[in-house]
Design a protein around this ligand. Structure first.
Ligand code: UDX
Ligand code: UDX
Ligand code: ADP
Length: 465
């Protein structure tokens, strides 16, 4: 069986970076080189200020960088030297052309695969790591096999990553499962075993699941779709709770005690975000449409529609509570990342909420402990509209601390569940705000009776009004 000695990871992003850093950490005898075409990103990986924030990541990178873990822009060289290559590039939703708004843009996957085909001088195991639609591996195989020779053989594996941002390192160190799909040929199964051996350096054998290629690809989309569906389900219930006087936390707790349901992932919120859920559901919807299964497509699409509805409903509650106008009112937004413990804002509910508040002519002040100012500006300005940033600038301010953001505000709006928001001095915040001082908790994280006692007019998702 092939013994993996040298790994190349194409794509130094949120998935490739942490995953391969942990592989290097746990497999000191394997040389791991993470490459990217983005020079600034590679420079950051080689500096003291890593390009992504993830608890525990820095320690792992520092422990193996320049020993058996390398970050480089020399893509061809790393491909050439590796016997196993992870393709971990971005797969955004297509913006134009056939399947726009639904299908994944596989241009980056294809370009990385073509590069491997051009550069490889010895046989390689090529591992699809990016989340991709079902049967992408087939396209990769077609490209690679067209370039194979009698002494140059390519095996394709699907090894989707299930890490969640903010807990990536813990998820990688102690995964619920590692999934490896392969062609059910003797060579395919041999490649599958070679990758399994990398993971069993630290993952118990029984947690390594092997399937065929298509099952592996579909499982990733299915897992994310089902997780997102739970959130949309509990968010749909939160609307019923608000209308009827039930408490969504109590309902979720009671439901979660049923061992068939389980208690995790039942937290109502202003809406799910992140780079995966929406994109993967859209992939599933597109796949169902392509297979002429419109009812199946509509079923999954409803999960996204409910998420959009939740964000709109939240803003509309703010508007109606603030006497139906927020024109010129100052709204303090606490949190902009799509969840706590990450600086990532991709598909964050905060983007929609803040844009809607700006549309209503509010003055919005944002504080987030980790998101870069420039990222917020990019997210809320419409790209391509020349004056938009200047226009947004008249209404939007970004602050370095929560107290400054809340000063003279009419309302405080919690959009990310950062732990530090739990321990703020809300007495001080209340004193500095306009009265009546409103507080909207989009994450169900604050002690509402305590805030009410201070004097706040409070509202939280899924709580009786
Ligand atoms: C997700 C999957 O969890 C992970 O397995 C996959 O590999 C990538 O996609 P991620 O998007 O990083 O991970 O974070 P996750 O913790 O799943 O949260 C996604 C969104 O759902 C966040 O906006 C979060 O705030 C929201 N969420 C999560 C809720 O609103 N309620 C919950 O109960 C859980
Ligand atoms: C259900 C609830 O399980 C129970 O908690 C509640 O009190 C009453 O309703 P019941 O309808 O008796 O109980 O049976 P259940 O085992 O839940 O099955 C319901 C249906 O779902 C059956 O037709 C069953 O075949 C089907 N099912 C169940 C599936 O198709 N797949 C499954 O994984 C589970
Ligand atoms: P993810 O969240 O899936 O990890 P990211 O966008 O964070 O996605 O990272 C993907 C990375 O892949 C980006 O840094 C991008 O520059 C890189 N990339 C895309 N195509 C190629 C390629 N052909 N060769 C090398 N790097 C690539």
């Amino acid at each position: 069986m092939t013994q993996v000695k040298s790994i190349c990871c194409i794509g130094a992003g949120y998935v490739g970076g942490p995953t391969c850093a942990v592989i290097a950490y746990k497999c000191p005898e394997i040389k791991v080189t993470i490459v990217d075409v983005n020079e600034a990103r590679i420079a950051a990986w080689n500096s003291d200020e890593l390009p992504i924030y993830e608890p525990g990541l820095e320690e792992i990178v520092m422990a193996c960088r320049d020993k058996n873990l390398f970050f480089s822009t020399e893509v061809d060289q790393a491909i050439d030297q590796a016997d196993l290559i992870f393709v971990s590039v971005n797969t955004p939703t297509k913006r134009a052309g056939v399947g726009a708004g639904r299908a994944a843009d596989l241009a980056y996957v294809e370009s990385a695969t073509r590069r491997i085909a051009q550069v490889a001088k010895s046989s390689k195991i090529v591992v699809e790591k990016s989340t991709v639609p079902c049967r992408t591996a087939e396209s990769m195989r077609a490209i690679l096999e067209a370039n194979a020779t009698t002494d140059l053989h390519f095996d394709i594996l699907s090894n989707p990553e299930f890490l969640a941002e903010g807990t990536a390192i813990q998820d990688l160190l102690k995964p619920d499962r590692v999934l490896i799909g392969s062609m059910q040929t003797p060579e395919g199964i041999c490649a599958q075993q070679a990758l399994a051996q990398v993971y069993t350096h630290w993952v118990p054998q029984e947690r390594v699941i092997t399937t065929n290629l298509w099952s592996s690809e579909l499982s990733k989309l299915a897992a994310n779709a089902m997780l997102a569906q739970r959130i949309s389900s509990v968010n749909a219930l939160s609307a019923i709770c608000e209308a009827t006087g039930a408490d969504v936390d109590e309902v979720a707790f009671a439901c979660g005690r049923d061992s068939r349901l389980g208690s995790k992932f039942l937290k109502a919120s202003v809406g799910f975000g992140g780079s995966c859920f929406q994109k993967d559901i859209l992939n599933l919807v597109y796949l169902a449409e392509q297979m002429n299964l419109p009812e199946v497509a509509a079923y999954w699409y409803q999960v996204i529609l409910m998420n959009e509805h939740q964000k709109k409903r939240f803003v509309s509650n703010i508007l109606s509570t603030l006497f139906n106008t927020i024109t010129n009112k100052k709204i303090c937004v606490l949190g902009f990342a799509f969840k706590k413990d990450t600086g990532d804002t991709r598909e964050s509910a905060a983007i929609t909420v803040v844009k809607d508040l700006l549309q209503e002519q509010a003055r919005v002040v944002i504080y987030d402990p980790k998101v870069a100012d420039e990222q917020i500006w990019m997210d809320v300005s419409e790209p391509g509209v020349l004056d938009n940033r200047a226009m947004v600038g008249k209404q939007l301010t970004i602050c370095k601390d929560a107290y400054e953001a809340a000063k003279d505000a009419d309302a405080v709006v919690i959009l990310t569940e950062w732990d530090e928001f739990k321990t703020l001095d809300y007495q001080r915040i209340y004193q500095d705000m306009n009265k009546p001082a409103f507080l909207f908790d989009g994450r169900l994280m604050l002690d509402m009776p305590k805030l009410k006692a201070i004097g706040f007019k409070t509202q939280a998702i899924g709580k009786p009004c």
